[in-house]
Design a protein around this ligand. Structure first.
Ligand code: MTE
Length: 311
């Protein structure tokens, strides 16, 4: 079975190690800032490195070709290869994220601004889609909690709402009404602050390709893939649970929590196993673990909740 190196907590890293991490980051961020000034900061294919993370799993990685050609990104069409075929139209530089709601430091933060204060890590995570396929990707990203701390939430913030760019002239799928636009997602505050939750800016040692959510996407490894909202332009801290796209489309099929849970089937299919992509149609299915295997780190957040009801 999987081996997760999550017995160490972020805070357990020695001061010496975190100093080194910071320094690595500064080098990385400075490099990015320079690249940014010549217009290449978050362009797909730009080299992007992260320090090895204690939160990585040691599962067999999906090939980058598979992870970048079999995608869900309805802004470019509903077919799995539409994102790869059409996402190059999207301009990702410059890019800024509007952070607002219940925070003391609201504003428009450029990607360069965001990256200069965070530690980029390589996090090998399995993304498990609700459609019962999965892939294991070495993401490059930083903890969402670092960005939220920078925005300085007020005491009444209980949820974090995310929004994807709406730009139909570059996102051809938005010209149709396949789903409501813009794509929106949300997390409860404790989920957003959990050290496993990252905002990814790269994968396989390069800046994210557009079809994977450039220049900034969420990755929440214990939840179904639809929570991992791509190409984020807005983050709002709220008191009430925010609406989420798939829940708006079918509340019966897609809950707000969307925790990977083999005990709660989708009304139309089982969630007890998944098919790693890249293995072909006849590849052996793998058993799905509750919380995608991260129970030790996240189960306590749902203690006392009926997960059949709050799915
Ligand atoms: N984000 C936006 N903006 N639009 C989308 O259609 N699809 C979601 C999620 N994020 C989606 C999105 C779904 S259903 C999944 S499974 C994952 O992205 C897929 O991520 P991947 O293509 O990197 O595997």
């Amino acid at each position: 079975m999987y081996r997760f190196k999550t017995d160490l907590k972020h805070s357990d890293i020695t001061p010496q190690a975190s100093f080194l991490n910071r320094r690595d980051l500064i080098v990385g961020a400075a490099g990015l800032a320079v690249a940014g000034s010549i217009g290449g900061s978050v362009k797909a294919g730009t080299k992007m490195m992260g320090i090895k993370s204690i939160y990585s799993s040691d599962e067999k990685q999906t090939s980058s070709e598979n992870a970048m050609s079999y995608n869900n990104f309805y802004e470019f069409g509903t077919g799995k290869s539409d994102p790869m075929d059409y996402a190059d139209k999207l301009t990702t530089d410059p890019w800024s994220v509007e952070i607002g709601g219940l925070v003391n430091n609201p504003g428009h933060y450029s990607i360069e601004d965001i990256l200069k204060d965070v530690t980029l890590e390589e996090r090998i995570y399995r993304l498990r889609c609700v459609e019962a396929w999965s892939m294991v990707v070495p993401w490059i990203g930083f903890q969402l909690s670092d960005l939220i701390a920078k925005a300085d939430p007020t005491g009444s913030a209980k949820y974090v709402a995310f929004e994807t760019l709406y730009r139909p002239e570059e996102m051809r799928g938005q010209k149709s009404r396949s789903i409501p636009w813009p794509y929106v997602e949300g997390l409860r505050m404790d989920e957003a602050m959990n050290p496993l939750t990252i905002l990814a800016t790269g994968m396989y040692d390069e800046a994210l390709p557009n079809q994977c959510g450039a220049p900034l996407r969420l990755v929440v490894p214990w939840k179904y893939g639809f929570k991992s909202i791509k190409s984020i332009v807005k983050i709002t801290l709220t008191e009430k649970e925010p609406p989420t796209t798939w829940n708006k489309i079918s509340a019966r099929e897609y809950g707000f929590y969307a925790n990977v849970n083999p005990e709660v089937d989708h009304p139309r299919w089982s969630q007890s196993s998944h098919r790693p992509i890249g293995g072909g149609l006849f590849a052996k299915r793998e058993t799905t673990l509750k919380f995608n295997g991260y129970g030790d780190d996240v189960a306590r957040m749902y203690a006392g909740m009926d997960l059949q009801k709050f799915f």
